[in-house]
Design a binder for this molecule. Sequence first.
Ligand SMILES: [Zn+2]
Ligand SMILES: [Zn+2]
Ligand SMILES: [Zn+2]
Length: 264
Amino acid sequence: MVEPGTILCVSEPFAHVLSNKEHDYRCENCMKRADELKRCSACASVKYCSTKCQKSDWSIHKKECPCLKRFQPKIPTDSTRLLLRLVIRFNNSSTVQESKGVLALRRSFNNLMSHEKEITNDKNRCDQLSQHLFTLQKVTAGVIDLPSSRVLLQIFGKMTTNSFTICGEEMQPIGVGIYLGPSLLDHRCTPNAVITFQGKSLHLRAVAQIADPTPSNVFISYIDQLNSTAERRRMLMEQYYFKCDCSWCQDKDLVSSVCRIIHV
Ligand SMILES: [Zn+2]
Ligand SMILES: [Zn+2]
Ligand SMILES: [Zn+2]
């Protein structure tokens, strides 16, 4: 049994990007605000709060750096950059990551669903992917060998249906990341857990008593719970390709169908 307020787990991102609008204020690696940031001298596109953070980001940035340099003075959009970082991390896609805490969440990037079929039938998503690929081809030419178009489609599908918006101290969006363990958690419109961030570390906190805190008993809301049932269902279908049948959605359906009967 865990009580409301308990931290269920803490998870670090498999890949993350700091929003372009935050580059002058926050460290690219830990995402914390810092008065003094040191610029990567090679690409001049990213900044770090310390040598430690720069070293920690280097395993991924060393491949990203020449791509960003090529794109200067512009910088790719946040989602194109996340896709680039996932392509770079693709070699680690079978590595299992484990979240720390009372709730054990173990998952590899390979385990994520790609929703390949739904994406190929979704014109908006296909257009987004073409735009990302247009930029990716330009920036990676001669530096990174892109995987096959099928694999790129799968990576893009996993990215769009599993990314978490990383929020700052005032709950404002500051970036986006892929957190493997927490992406296991199912959606409920009345969740028993919420996600907050400290820098890039994701904290999953219980907001209700949970008798048996296993992955199948912990739920988060993927969207704003304050929207109407119809709106929530539309957003969940458009973004995550499923129809929510949680008790809250069913109750609200009951209310609206009773109202319809009364008004007829
Ligand atoms: Zn830092
Ligand atoms: Zn660089
Ligand atoms: Zn629901």
